[in-house]
Design a protein around this ligand. Structure first.
Ligand code: 8YV
Length: 325
């Protein structure tokens, strides 16, 4: 008998056919309040689910007694309660590496946009305010030859370091749980404490996954340690930062600017003070959002899914202590 798989996110038809070759599929292009009861009903005898961002916690798992696999089509897996999954012997997978270049491009675009004030000056031109030679008030700051501090030197951090070192002659500082010799050798990256990184960096870039130990890791004290000319970039998850402290740091000129792809609440509320600050560049969580990369992520998610359901070790098993055999 074929395994029953629920897809709960819009997926390319090539990926859909790949899954359908070996599985019975129930396909939801997205979950909303209307189709959620049907999704829960289908969950009762599903062997696996694939998609991203769904909170897979005790409450949900209680409704899924046959589940063997949860496959994320994202590198992040803060949506999964790994302890609950482990307790039930359910394995989980994610999609690392294939998105590194695309996310690093997005993060670098935030670095350039904030430093050179690109969105603000775009509006300046389009609103007809460009009436004479540009005055110094509108000048930006250089990116090249500056110091970039990367917090979280995983695959994406490493790819960001490559761009910064090879393309922009930047000095790289990094803070991570472990030393990364490849980055040290290839990009002259220097390992340092969080405190030293915050004090010395011109650009502080958070790239760490969200875990209980990284939640709100950047707060009041951390912003105080940064230079008053520092530009803060978040390409990880909104919850790694104390957003109130960020707003305060920007309002009181403790830092110069911020470039943000992620927020505590997504979509962000329109009354969030960050949206009325000219020195803040915002994006709607688009780190990996190109056609090519999202397709690769979906296909990798599907490859993990099919491998796991066939009793093989999926290429991107999240290590939570659960063995698949
Ligand atoms: C998207 C991401 O949020 O991969 C991740 O962890 O943050 C992104 O690529 C999305 O979850 C992909 O569907």
């Amino acid at each position: 008998m074929k395994s029953k798989v629920i897809i709960y996110k819009k997926i390319d038809k090539t990926v859909l056919s790949f899954i359908e070759n070996t599985c019975d599929v129930v396909y939801f292009q997205k979950l909303d309040s209307e189709n959620y009861p049907k999704f829960i009903q289908e969950l009762k005898n599903a062997d696996a689910i694939i998609g991203s961002e769904l909170k897979v916690n005790k409450d949900l798992l209680d409704q899924a007694p046959c589940l063997k696999m949860v496959c994320n089509t994202s590198v992040g897996y803060d949506n999964l309660d790994l302890k609950e999954l482990e307790k039930r012997g359910i394995i989980a997978t994610n999609t690392p590496e294939v998105l590194n270049d695309t996310v690093a491009d997005t993060v670098f675009s935030l670095i350039l946009s904030t430093a050179r004030r690109i969105p603000e000056l775009d509006q300046f031109v389009k609103k007809g305010e460009w009436k004479s030679n540009l005055s110094e008030e509108k000048f930006g700051v250089d990116v090249h030859h500056k110091t970039l501090g990367i917090i979280g030197m995983g695959g994406i951090g490493n790819t960001l370091a490559k761009r910064a070192h090879l393309g922009f002659d930047m000095q790289i500082l990094y803070h991570n749980r472990s030393r990364k010799e490849e980055a040290e050798q290839k990009y002259n990256a220097i390992y340092c404490s969080l405190e030293e990184l915050l004090k010395k960096s011109d650009f502080v870039c958070v790239m760490t996954p969200l875990t209980p130990s990284t939640e709100k890791m950047i707060g009041k004290r951390e912003f105080e340690l940064m230079k008053d000319t520092a530009i803060f970039i978040n390409g990880s998850r909104g919850k790694t930062v104390d957003e109130e402290a960020l707003i305060y740091a920007l309002k009181t000129n403790e830092i110069l600017a911020a470039g943000l792809d992620v927020f505590i609440e997504e979509p962000i509320r329109m009354d969030n003070p960050l949206l009325s600050m000219e020195n803040v560049v915002t994006l709607p969580h688009i780190g990996s959002a190109t056609y090519e990369t999202r397709l690769k992520m979906a296909m990798l998610g599907a490859t993990n899914l099919v491998a796991g359901l066939q009793g093989k070790t999926p290429p991107n098993l999240i290590k939570s202590g659960v063995s698949i055999n």
